[in-house]
Design a protein around this ligand. Structure first.
Ligand code: NAG
Length: 325
């Protein structure tokens, strides 16, 4: 074999090896995996191969709208090595939200969706509140509009209810999700829909005992803050996975949720190992520069520096390293 044929063979071999699934989420984007669906407890790509999404949550739209723009989305892909972004749209707070300013909030969400499509990321549109069951009509109307406008893009995923609290799964949460799912499915037959579970999205066991039926590509939410929610929540989650429940960690922090909050690298790693072993996808809370241990950015990070090394906090550095593993 002459040298040029050999080198062509090597290039072909390298390309072949390269087409396997990398651990760096930033390389595993929409243009490579296409339309996602749920198979058993896993997310699979357009070829039926298991994929794991890893990425970042935007902070509450009402308090950090300055990061709801294209530059930030690009930074999350390029420098935070993410293939998914979560748009956490505030619905009802003392400072406003979608219920009082639907046009302003919709504009932020649309800006971020369009940036995610342009920069090849999956995007979770999140109805970010704790009492969504009392605003079901507004949620149905919101998701009807979003799915009508963007449901044909493989990038889109819907999260119907961020964090329920004490509501009953079977008599309140499940019927709420079914109403929103019905509205979405009228416009978008198959993109993934993720449903919030009880007790700040920890009671995946309740969903596993009484899952939503009659629709495909439905997942359930798990949230954790590593320094607070430990082995007991991993055990509870494992029980739900063993029953076949498809779970997406749409929000997690590396920190403790107490008043004095700090990063807990050991517990964070236990959680990441647990998620990776089970192919669970996860999005970190959050892209913002507030004085909270879970914030990924240092104070006053400009949007064109989002996720760049010098602008990451202790938590941000850990999360970005994990997104590449
Ligand atoms: C996770 O995905 C890999 C393939 O990427 C597969 O071999 C493994 O069985 C999956 N694990 C679980 C728990 O589904």
């Amino acid at each position: 074999m002459n040298k040029s044929i050999l080198s062509i063979c090597l290039v072909v071999l390298a390309l072949y090896i390269d087409s396997s699934i990398s651990k760096d989420a930033g390389q595993e984007t929409v243009s490579k995996h296409g339309k996602l669906s749920v198979k058993g407890a896993n997310i699979v790509n357009q070829n039926g191969e298991i994929v794991q999404l890893k990425g970042m949550c935007l902070y509450w739209s009402i308090w950090k709208p300055q990061y709801w723009n294209e530059e930030t989305v690009q930074g999350i892909h390029d420098s935070c090595h993410s293939n998914v972004i979560r748009a956490s749209m505030g619905v009802e707070t003392n400072d406003g939200g979608y219920l009082t300013d639907p046009d302003g909030q919709m504009k932020l969400v649309e800006t971020v969706i369009e940036a995610a499509i342009k920069h090849d990321l999956y995007i979770i549109v999140d109805w970010h509140e704790e009492k969504a069951d009392t605003h079901q009509a507004q949620a149905v109307d919101f998701f009807d509009k979003i799915s009508k406008k963007y449901g044909s893009y493989p990038n889109l995923m819907y999260e119907t209810f961020n964090e329920p609290t004490t509501q009953s799964w079977s008599s309140v949460l499940k019927p709420y999700h079914e109403a929103v799912i019905k509205a979405i499915r009228a416009n978008d037959p198959d993109n993934i829909i993720i449903c919030g579970t009880g007790q700040w999205s920890q009671r995946v066991d309740e969903a596993a005992d009484d899952p939503i039926t009659g629709y495909s590509n439905i997942m359930y939410t798990l949230h954790f803050y590593a320094g607070t929610h430990k082995q007991w929540l991993r055990d509870l989650t494992q029980g739900a996975i063993d029953k076949g429940l498809p779970i997406f960690v749409t929000e997690y922090g590396t920190d403790n949720v107490d008043v004095v909050n700090w990063v807990d690298p050991e517990e964070s790693q236990l959680w990441w190992d647990f998620c990776d072993k089970n192919n669970l996808s996860y999005t970190n809370w959050a892209i913002c520069d507030v004085a909270e241990a879970s914030a990924a950015l240092i104070a006053d990070t400009p949007t064109n520096k989002v996720c760049q090394q010098d602008y990451l906090t202790e938590s941000g550095l850990l999360v970005v390293a994990q997104n590449k593993k």
